[in-house]
Design a protein around this ligand. Structure first.
Ligand code: 5GP
Ligand code: ZN
Length: 113
C-alpha cells in the first residue's frame, strides 16, 4: 500500500512533528492554508472516520487528546480554530488516511463549504 501518511508515521518521509502519542501523530500540513495548519492522524491506517474500528475506543480518546494538545501547543485554543475532516472525493479528501485538520492563527471565513 502506498499511503503518504503511513510513510510519514513510519519515518520514511520527513514531517514537522507537533505532537505524538502511542496511537496518534500530529504534524504540520505541507501546504499550510492558515498560519496554524496541523494534521492529526491515527497511526492505524483507516481511510476515514467511518472505518475507525468501534472496538478500539482508545483511538478516539487519543485523537481527542491530540486535538486538545495541538490546540494548546500552537496557541489557538483560546482565540479559536477550525477542526475539519474531509471524507471522500466529493468532500475534497485527497489523502485517504483519516486525518483531522486544525486551522487557525487568522480569521477564518464564515463558511462550512
Ligand atoms: P485532504 O484534502 O485529504 O483533506 O487533506 C490532505 C492534506 O494533506 C492537504 O492539506 C495536503 O497539503 C496535505 N499533504 C499532502 N501530502 C503531504 C505530505 O507529504 N506531508 C504533509 N505534511 N502534508 C501533506
Ligand atoms: Zn495510511
Amino acid at each position: 500500500m502506498d499511503c503518504i501518511f503511513c510513510r510519514i508515521i513510519n519515518g520514511e518521509l520527513p514531517s514537522k512533528k507537533i505532537y505524538e502519542s502511542e496511537h496518534v501523530l500530529a504534524f504540520e500540513d505541507i501546504q499550510k492554508a492558515a498560519p496554524i495548519h496541523v494534521l492529526i492522524v491515527p497511526k492505524l491506517h483507516v481511510e476515514s472516520i467511518l472505518e475507525l474500528p468501534e472496538d478500539r475506543p482508545e483511538l478516539l480518546v487519543e485523537l481527542h487528546k491530540a486535538i486538545k494538545e495541538v490546540a494548546t501547543l500552537t496557541g489557538v485554543a483560546q482565540e479559536g480554530f477550525r477542526l475539519v475532516s474531509n471524507k471522500g472525493k466529493a468532500a475534497g479528501q485527497t489523502v485517504f488516511h483519516l486525518h483531522f485538520h486544525i486551522l487557525g492563527g487568522r480569521d477564518l471565513e464564515l463558511t462550512l463549504a
